[in-house]
Design a binder for this molecule. Structure first.
Ligand SMILES: Nc1nc2c(c(=O)[nH]1)N[C@H]1C(S)=C(S)[C@@H](COP(=O)(O)OP(=O)(O)OC[C@H]3O[C@@H](n4cnc5c(=O)[nH]c(N)nc54)[C@H](O)[C@@H]3O)O[C@H]1N2
Ligand SMILES: Nc1nc2c(c(=O)[nH]1)N[C@H]1C(S)=C(S)[C@@H](COP(=O)(O)OP(=O)(O)OC[C@H]3O[C@@H](n4cnc5c(=O)[nH]c(N)nc54)[C@H](O)[C@@H]3O)O[C@H]1N2
Ligand code: SF4
Ligand SMILES: [Mo]
Length: 702
């Protein structure tokens, strides 16, 4: 019997907390997890941990987790050997593409893909061979507006300025709730302490949210906003800053600022107040407070991305930071300089080079908006999608109009899922190919180091041995590529293990062979608690990738969208609007079958203001029926004075009661899926990102 202490970054959310995991190996060679704790020696996360990380042992030990490849015959799942599974995928996808063209096969990549570096380095090794334009991912129900804005303004979709939270005096948050989400596009472990530190040094935290969220509750000021109307508040703020001369010159070359100035002239706080529900004087004072702070950050996240003017909002956020001199400034917003630097190594991206077949939605970076996935399967004609590959995702629960996607998946000729659960989506697969569990493979964060509020880096070895016969995600993709190439005659380039790619990325990166740091994989292995490479620094001058090397303040697409926003009729103020929320013990659409996380009272109730309950003769705790253009669900309603009147809130990721799901989740805990209500036609017109928030709904007694 021997006990070992392992150090590993948690990969479950964007905060990348350091963990200390104790394991015990028995005389028979089996190993079990004894404990999972926050790693106090990780200088970035400082010992912070949340309940999800403790549940890493549940992922490991879960009897529901699929551990060998399975083939579905009718409603029956039967084990199949890896080689036979790979051959079947190659044969079926090859035949469908030969008969109907390459676009007949679609791809969906889910959120855990970006938390698993083997998927980052190798999924395209196979998926690239499919050469389909029908590629989709969770990006278009999430942060697509951030990428598109950065692409248009700074020339690269990953040049996203990150809040310098540790040095700021003023933080304005719109549509983010880091106290529940632990931060997003702002990798910031221990976020509550870091926000409170702003207040402790005399600074201010202001939160704009239709719900008094957990983050709003600790803020100095909370403003309710009518969902989907952040562009009104943001234009009102920008107008005030420009009109009252509350600006500060930037050291960056900027083009288009004069066009912005004239375009924004009509959007006074007074004109915008009625639309967003924030008094004009409050908007003006907020602009003055923001400008008065020496170092200030305006940050907008999920709530302002997944709405009808998501890209417009992200552009306005950038402009507010820019005109106040807070872009590329310590204490403002800064671009990272990560040890493995994807921005330096890649071109900026592309947008709208092609469109989806049915609704003509634009591609971004080679992907189409996922709201179009079901219609591409259901609409007959040349180019119809007949087969699907899903990777680490659950679009039935996470993309708009899940019931329509249910119907679409049911009609496919072939589907394969690289996933370790038979969930609401993968139950339609003909084959499920399960990778090793997270603690069974090594880990390097290619994504969230690049969005972190300090430049940090770490590599961790696997905590547990790879079980016999198991394959890592990246190995599954290599084998799929080989089988597909053998089937179709495609040429395969040689590849190498993910850790070797990281070694090269480190050595050729900004802290590599030619620098004093001399970072390499070998060097990182000696620092299992991670390495701090320093705070964020001004660097945009050297990193900007627009053709003119100047910030583009007035991209035509957004100038046009500003007019579309101005022309939009203000919605009916009596219309009830639905928004989402997250909880610290829930992780998107999975991990809901772990007692450790779901115990206690169910947390998928509809939150509603008491006045809205009274107006409908409803009482707290009652079953209600929520309906939208696309569907209807039943849930329990809970009274909440934290809700803005006229707005209701329901979390996503639930609704596990569908037939064929092989997860042990008891009746009431299964919940209902909010995405059976969200509308695949409600989009941000610029990017095609789903407008999940601000959905018009009716609520009546069930
Ligand atoms: N209404 C509404 N809808 C939303 C949101 C919202 O706020 N409101 N949020 C949106 C957002 S931000 C996101 S990111 C999406 C998430 O939506 P998705 O990405 O579609 O769904 P997840 O729940 O993250 O998918 C988890 C799946 O990945 C599998 N998985 C986990 N780890 C691994 C791994 O290492 N390898 C493999 N192969 N599989 C793995 C799990 O078994 C599970 O099946 O949901 C979106 N949908
Ligand atoms: N515990 C936990 N952590 C997570 C996740 C999880 O599922 N669980 N998911 C991870 C993922 S994939 C992501 S992308 C991040 C997201 O992280 P965040 O961006 O922080 O997302 P949310 O916590 O959903 O907070 C969004 C807030 O926007 C508000 N909101 C809704 N509509 C509007 C609107 O129209 N205007 C404004 N101003 N606000 C609005 C909501 O009330 C909510 O408080 O979280 C990550 N972290
Ligand atoms: S906050 Fe995120 S990274 Fe940190 S322990 Fe929790 S799930 Fe893991
Ligand atoms: Mo997300």
């Amino acid at each position: 019997m021997s006990k070992t202490l392992h150090h590993r970054a948690c990969h479950l959310c964007e905060a990348i907390c350091g963990l200390t995991i104790a394991t015990q190996t028995e005389a028979d060679g089996s190993t079990q997890i004894l404990s999972i704790k926050g790693d106090a020696e990780d200088s970035f996360s400082r010992g912070h941990i949340c309940p999800k990380a403790v549940a890493l042992q549940d992922i490991q030990n879960d009897p529901d987790r699929v551990r060998q490849p399975m083939r579905r015959i009718g409603n029956d799942w039967q084990p199949i050997a890896w080689e036979a599974a790979f051959a079947l995928v190659a044969e079926r996808l090859g035949a469908i593409q030969a008969a109907h063209g390459q676009n007949a096969v679609a791809i969906y990549q889910g959120n855990p893909s970006v938390h698993n570096y083997g998927l980052m380095t190798h999924s395209n090794y196979f998926l690239g061979l499919l050469k389909t334009r029908n590629r989709f991912s969770a990006t278009s129900v999430d942060q697509l507006p951030h990428h598109l804005t950065s692409y248009l303004m700074y020339g690269h979709g990953f040049l996203i300025p990150i809040p310098d939270i540790d040095h700021s005096d003023f933080m304005l948050i719109l549509g983010g709730n880091p106290l529940a989400s632990n931060g997003s596009i702002m990798t910031v472990p221990d976020v509550e302490k870091r926000l409170k530190a702003i207040q402790a040094r005399g600074g201010k935290l202001v939160v704009v949210d239709p719900r008094r969220s957990e983050t709003a509750a600790i803020a100095d000021q909370h403003l309710f906003i009518r969902p989907g109307q952040d562009a009104a508040l943001l234009t009102g703020l920008l107008n005030t800053l420009l009109e009252e001369g509350l600006t500060r010159a930037s050291h960056l070359p900027i083009e288009g600022l004069e066009q912005v100035r004239s375009a924004i002239a009509g959007f006074t706080a007074e004109a915008m107040s009625a639309r967003c529900g924030v008094p004009a004087e409050t908007i003006r004072q907020l602009a003055r407070d923001f400008a008065a702070a020496d170092k200030a950050v305006c940050y907008g996240r999920m709530g302002v991305s997944t709405q009808a003017f998501g890209t417009l909002c992200q552009w306005l956020v950038q402009l507010i930071n820019l005109v106040t001199g807070n872009l590329d400034r310590v204490g403002g917003v800064l671009c990272t300089e990560p040890a493995v630097d994807l921005v330096a190594a890649t071109s900026g991206g592309h947008f709208n080079r092609w469109q989806s077949r049915v609704s003509s939605l634009p591609e971004y970076g080679g992907e189409l908006p996922v709201a179009a996935l079901a219609e591409e399967m259901l609409t007959p004609g040349d180019g119809k999608v007949r087969a699907l590959v899903t990777v680490a995702g659950n679009p039935v629960l996470s993309t708009p109009n899940g019931r329509q996607l249910d119907r679409a998946l049911d009609g496919l000729e072939f589907m394969v899922s690289i996933d370790f659960y038979i969930n609401e989506t993968t139950r339609y697969a003909d084959l499920i190919l399960p990778p090793t569990a997270p603690l069974e493979h090594d880990h390097y964060d290619t994504t969230f180091n690049a969005f972190a509020v300090r430049n940090v880096t770490r590599f961790n070895e696997a905590v547990l041995a790879k079980p016999e016969g198991a394959l890592h995600d990246w190995e599954i993709f290599v084998e799929l590529a080989k089988a597909f190439a053998a089937q179709t005659g495609a040429q395969l380039k040689p590849t190498m293990a993910p850790e070797q790619m990281i070694d090269m990325g480190l050595r050729f990166g900004p802290y590599g062979d030619n620098t004093a740091h001399k970072l390499s994989l070998a060097a990182l292995r000696e620092h299992p608690h991670g390495l701090d490479l320093g705070g964020l620094k001004a660097n945009l001058l050297g990193r900007i990738k627009t053709p003119s090397k100047a910030v583009q303040a007035a991209p035509q697409l957004l100038m046009d969208d500003l007019q579309r926003f101005a022309a939009q009729a203000p919605g009916d103020a009596r219309q009830l609007l639905l928004i989402g929320r997250r909880h610290v013990r829930s992780n998107n659409s999975w991990m809901h079958n772990y007692h450790r996380l779901v115990k206690g009272k169910p947390r998928h109730q509809l939150l509603m203001h008491p006045d809205d309950l009274a107006a409908r003769d409803l009482t707290d705790g009652q079953r209600v029926r929520i309906s939208s253009r696309v569907g209807m669900i039943e849930v329990e309603v809970a009274v909440s004075t934290d809700m803005m009147p006229g707005v209701v809130s329901l979390p996503h990721g639930w609704g596990h009661g569908r037939a064929g799901v092989q997860l042990a989740i008891a009746g009431a805990l299964a919940g209902a899926s909010v995405n059976d209500l969200t509308d695949e036609r409600a989009l941000d017109a610029v990017s095609g990102n789903a407008a999940l928030n601000g959905l018009p709904v009716e609520v009546v007694a069930a």
